[in-house]
Design a protein around this ligand. Structure first.
Ligand code: HEC
Ligand code: HEC
Length: 500
């Protein structure tokens, strides 16, 4: 078991010293002597599995917690401030607005887009969340991408990987193609929108075409990302940089013995930590909102002011003029407002809505009962999941609202990027995050998530944990520790995760 603790090529941790061995035992055992038994062989749990349930059904992901939706509310302090509640309500409204190309109530969609509304992709289990489903509580509906592709006469083909019960997906091509159609060695990595406005009744004569997804699929040159939820995002935004670094250097011996390093992704200009997105690639909610408005919906704004051409178009004269339909930016500060909260642009109000959105409220009883959840939480820490998924951070003082100031954010992330090995690698680099590096995904709200991991490859929590292990992953030793838990202990851990 311990050989794999040092599997990652960290120079310092290569030597298996007696001290490291003892430390590892101490921490696993010491922190949880009541519930964790160390495995005696490489795979068999130390205590015998319970007789009744067959091993294939136990431990088992309890599934989406279906009692009540408790995410999607504003921070409690918002209610006591008229200004903040106006901004929250108006921000939510704009987050849910459906966009057209021109001539409608809200304009600017396209010419390339993935969907027409922030909340279409961020909807499970409430506005601000992640991919929805029609068959899973609270039954929000099918993947919205299977509805917007043909809306209003649009002539798109639905790519084969977009399905009604599958996750919302955004596409990247790791490499550009050569002119003969083979994959080049020049990194692309950018988002290629699924759809174009061509054919829509409000699209004029614009007739650009979708990228060739089938070709890139056949060439294995396609990777996916699913939406990350934004509940509690204002708390994440308000964690001081110093606190993130202090946590990064804490528990260094334990991390080293487990093969965990982790680094901050940083902005190339000011050198400071970026923290939002699957690779922690964006610094602030406002920047993410500006980018999402432009990239996901094709709406130009004060932060991202140009209509997006495909890379091919960009080199061949840019977007055709008949596809550059509206004056830019399509979203702008309103200089003649009827209400004070109508002054800011959509981007500013999206950011404000997300900032004032409360984190999900965990259950103390479901699934599995309070004892099982408490055991699971203890084992989560005992086996080292907490060395990446930091259970809590303190926020700094906030000038927005008391609910963001000096509070504990139970996000379960260190906000750092980690090497996750060949299995999860997507071949895309963003800032300091390389091809196999991802941000420790915040786990709050997991109880009501349907799809897991950056590309939504699984709906099964146990599988999401197992996928952490592969050649080069910093999580290998921790996943070994997980495998050495008894089935009941593993079940407790799954129950704990679904309580979040
Ligand atoms: C087509 C689906 C889709 C739409 C529409 C969409 N998003 Fe997203 N959103 C995503 C995906 C996919 C990611 C993950 C992107 C990544 O990390 O590369 C994401 C991530 C985010 C994040 C990062 C949260 C975090 O903690 O990492 C924010 C903030 C966000 N979106 C805001 C918005 C806003 C605001 C809008 C509307 C302007 C919007 N999104 C519209 C799919 C969508
Ligand atoms: C080396 C750091 C590291 C360790 C250790 C680690 N994780 Fe993760 N975890 C990550 C990263 C990074 C991701 C995102 C990976 C991706 O999407 O490709 C992730 C994703 C997840 C997800 C999916 C969340 C989502 O939003 O889809 C779950 C669930 C999870 N981890 C649980 C655990 C549990 C339980 C343990 C302990 C057994 C654990 N992790 C140990 C880094 C780690």
């Amino acid at each position: 078991m311990l050989a794999s603790v040092f599997a990652r090529p960290l120079q310092k941790s290569r030597r298996i010293t007696l001290r490291n061995f003892a430390l590892c035992i101490l921490f696993i055992f010491g922190a949880s002597f009541a519930t964790v038994t160390l495995g005696q062989s490489t795979s068999a749990p130390a205590s015998p599995a319970p007789a009744s349930p067959p091993s294939s059904s136990f431990p088992k992901d309890p599934g989406v917690r279906g009692i009540a939706v408790n995410a999607g509310q504003p921070l409690a302090s918002v209610a006591t401030s008229p200004g903040a509640s106006d901004f929250f309500a108006n921000g939510l409204l704009r987050f849910q607005e459906i966009e057209s190309v021109q001539g409608g109530a809200n304009n600017g969609l396209g010419p390339r887009f993935n969907s027409n509304q922030c909340s279409s992709c961020h909807s499970q289990p409430a506005a601000g969340g992640s991919s929805p489903n029609a068959n899973v509580f609270p039954f929000i509906g099918p993947n919205p991408e299977t509805l917007v592709y043909s809306l209003d006469g649009a002539e798109n083909t639905l790519p084969s990987f977009i399905t009604p019960n599958g996750p919302v997906r955004e596409v990247r091509f790791p490499f550009f193609l050569n002119s003969n159609g083979s994959v080049s060695s020049t990194p692309d990595g950018g988002v290629h929108d699924l759809f174009v406005i061509s054919g829509r009744s409000d699209a004029g004569s614009c007739n650009i075409q979708q990228p060739n997804f089938a070709q890139n699929l056949a060439l294995n040159n396609i990777v996916f990302r699913i939406p990350t939820p934004v509940f509690g995002a204002g708390l994440i935004e308000n964690i001081p940089e110093e606190t993130i670094y202090a946590n990064m250097i804490a528990n260094s011996q334990q991390k080293q013995s487990l093969g965990i390093s982790g680094q901050a992704n940083r902005d190339g200009n000011d050198g400071m930590i970026t923290r939002f997105g699957w690779k922690a690639q964006n610094k602030s909610l406002e920047i993410f909102a500006g980018e999402a408005y432009n990239v996901e919906m094709g709406i130009t704004n004060e932060l991202f002011q140009n209509e997006r051409a495909s890379p091919d178009e960009a080199l061949a004269g840019g977007l055709p003029a008949n596809c550059r339909i509206n004056p830019t930016p399509e979203d702008a500060t309103n200089m003649t407002p009827s209400q004070y909260y109508l002054v800011p642009s959509d981007v500013v109000q999206f950011a404000m809505f997300m900032r004032l959105l409360a984190p999900p409220i965990p259950s103390t009883t479901a699934p599995g009962g309070p004892q099982s959840i408490a055991n699971g939480s203890r084992n989560f820490n005992a086996i080292g999941c907490n060395m990446c998924h930091t259970p809590a951070f303190q926020t700094g003082p906030s000038s927005f609202t008391a609910g963001l100031s000096n509070v504990t954010a139970n996000l379960y992330s260190d906000l750092l990027v980690h090497h996750m090995g060949t299995n999860l690698a997507d071949g895309v680099s963003q800032g300091a995050a390389g091809p196999d590096q991802f941000r420790s995904a915040p786990l709050w709200g997991l109880g009501q998530r349907i799809f897991f991991l950056h590309d939504g490859r699984t709906t099964d929590l146990l599988n999401a944990i197992q996928q952490h292990a592969s050649s080069g992953s910093e999580a290998n030793s921790v996943i070994q520790n997980f495998k050495h838990l008894t089935p009941q202990q593993q079940q407790d851990l799954l129950n704990f995760l679904r309580s979040l």
